[in-house]
Design a protein. Structure first.
Length: 498
């Protein structure tokens, strides 16, 4: 944290259609996690900036909610076109501040593009419900209405995709938005909001306020003029947000952590399984909410799979995400690297073995960044902490099981339930797994990552509070139902009585 200086690139909040500094002029550094280079200074906002942004959003809501939804959709369509044009530029900025390799950063932006076109189309649907009335000459139907000002609070691991999921669904439904990005990824947020501004979104409809959780996030949650909160992040902060919002009976969607598993049965195609495991466990350096952190493997193939996995892991190249040769980028910051490393003592203390990795990577250029070696833990038992807690880094635990029944029981026995996968060539096994895996997302013969935006996204147990993002699930959250009755009989008709 330091005060901004004029010779460095300075970025701004976006409030009421204007790019502005934090009211008290404070700013924070944004660093590249792969080499520690300074990317720029971003507002370190406070309550007064939140108040201004909420006031702007509230004022803009009066017209935005009355703007026909197909017209709102036309703006989102232009957002999709502009994101497509700027995809490479935004992806490179995203890699620089977040660390994921460029091909994955392009995928992050692509999710924003997909969601823009999907929600643009919803502008011509936003389906309500028409039902028959129990009385003659009476109409009965339900319409979806916007809620008002919505706060979108997002994590750093998908700095374009997650804000796009939230804001685009909120906007098409007629809400206005105050967006608080993660402290580690404000640059991607600025790039995304620039696109909305250039696409012709009216002033105040989408506002950006950068800053910390306590200084910006919580004031947004408790602000009386914020009607709903869409939050993605850690379990602990999600609980705090929920408790605070409950004081004012606010609607909250929580998308929280995961402890996702890939199950590999004896009859699986091991080549395919290996590809899925490497991609799901070490893609995005293990920092996806859907990342695979448990490999639940049947006894007959456990030793072989472990050996082949170690071979594949040895060939993974760490480096800057913008280098074409890099397979695995840095983790987000030094604090997260230390947290990941702290789990090594936990693992060995409980009797697991470090089969690969288990330490920070500091060779050559890596010394300037926050890198952690892809890590494989063997001999893990389901009750160990490394098998139950979210580590959020490139760490995979191998758990051996005897049967499908045991695999499913182990999969389901964690505080989280986001994404599960099974590799098998037996159709009966696959059907039982689809039915009995207690997760919001289930994959058959694919890894745990790679959800598409047209289906609901979210999880069970501690992964959330039952809402879903993306797909039509998002519109359920961002709209209120209004039931409308029109009696054209010309006399008093009493429901349930006449
Ligand atoms: P985090 O909880 O630390 O922060 C998330 C957001 O909340 C950030 O914008 C942060 O500034 C803000 N925040 C922090 N403290 C706050 C407070 N007291 N009040 C209000 N806001 C506050 O999470 P993170 O480290 O940015 O992200 C990693 C976590 O996100 C992991 O647990 C991961 O599993 C989860 N995640 C979940 C999903 C999902 O859809 N289920 C997707 C991506 C990430």
């Amino acid at each position: 944290m330091s005060t901004s200086s004029l010779d460095q690139k300075q970025y701004f909040n976006y409030i009421g259609g204007e790019w502005v500094s934090a009211a008290d002029g404070r700013a924070s550094e944004n660093l590249d996690p792969a080499n520690g280079q300074l990317l720029g200074y971003f507002p370190r906002s406070a309550q007064v900036d939140v108040d201004r942004a909420v006031a702007a959003a509230r004022a803009a809501w009066r017209d935005w909610r009355l703007t026909p939804a197909p017209k709102r959709g036309e703006i989102l369509y232009r957002v999709g076109m502009l994101l497509t044009e700027r995809k490479e530029e935004i992806a490179r900025a995203l890699t620089s501040e977040m660390g994921k390799v460029l091909v994955e950063a392009r995928g992050d932006v692509q999710e924003g593009i997909d969601m823009a076109f999907y929600m643009a189309g919803e502008g011509r649907r936003l389906m309500g419900a028409i039902v028959p009335s129990e009385l003659p000459n009476k109409a009965a139907y339900g319409v979806r209405e916007p809620i008002g000002v919505v706060a979108c609070i997002t994590p750093w691991n998908f700095p374009v995709a997650i804000p796009s999921w939230k804001s685009m669904a909120a906007l098409i439904a007629g809400n206005t938005v105050v967006f608080k990005p993660a402290t580690d990824t404000p640059l991607s947020a600025v790039k995304l909001v620039e696109v909305f501004a250039d696409a012709g979104l009216p002033p105040g409809v989408l506002n950006l306020v950068a800053g910390t959780g306590p200084e910006v996030g919580m004031p947004l949650v408790s602000h009386p003029d914020v009607a709903a909160i869409s939050f993605t992040g850690s379990n602990q902060v999600g609980r705090d947000v929920n408790v605070e919002a409950a004081r004012q009976l606010k609607r909250v969607t929580l998308e929280l952590g995961g402890k996702n598993a890939i199950i590999v049965m004896d009859d699986a195609d091991l080549d395919l399984a290996l590809d899925g495991i490497i991609w799901s466990a070490f893609g995005t350096t293990g920092q996806r909410c859907t990342a695979c952190s448990r490999l639940i493997v049947q006894k007959g193939v456990r030793a072989q799979l472990e050996e082949r996995l170690l071979e594949r892991m040895a060939s993974l190249r760490l480096g800057h995400g913008l280098e074409a040769t890099t397979d695995v980028g840095p983790v987000i910051n030094a604090g997260q690297r230390d947290r990941i490393h702290s789990y090594m003592a936990v693992a060995t203390g409980e009797g697991a073995h470090i089969l690969a990795g288990g330490e920070a990577a500091r060779d050559g250029d890596l010394a300037h960044g926050t890198f952690y070696k892809p890590t494989l833990l063997g001999g893990v038992q389901p009750q160990m902490r490394v098998a139950r807690e979210e580590i959020f880094g490139p760490v995979l635990s191998v758990i051996e099981i005897e049967s499908l029944e045991e695999a499913i029981a182990v999969n389901n026995d964690t505080p989280y339930g986001l994404s599960s996968s099974i590799f098998t060539s037996n159709v009966n096994t696959a059907e039982v797994a689809k039915r009995d895996l207690a997760s919001g997302i289930v994959y058959v013969n694919a890894g745990t990552i790679g959800a598409e935006i047209q289906l609901p996204f979210g999880g069970v147990r501690g992964t959330g509070n039952g809402h879903r993002e993306a797909g039509l699930g998002a519109l359920e959250f961002f709209t209120e139902w209004k039931a409308i009755y029109v009696d054209y009989s010309g006399r008093l008709q009493r429901a349930q009585i006449d």
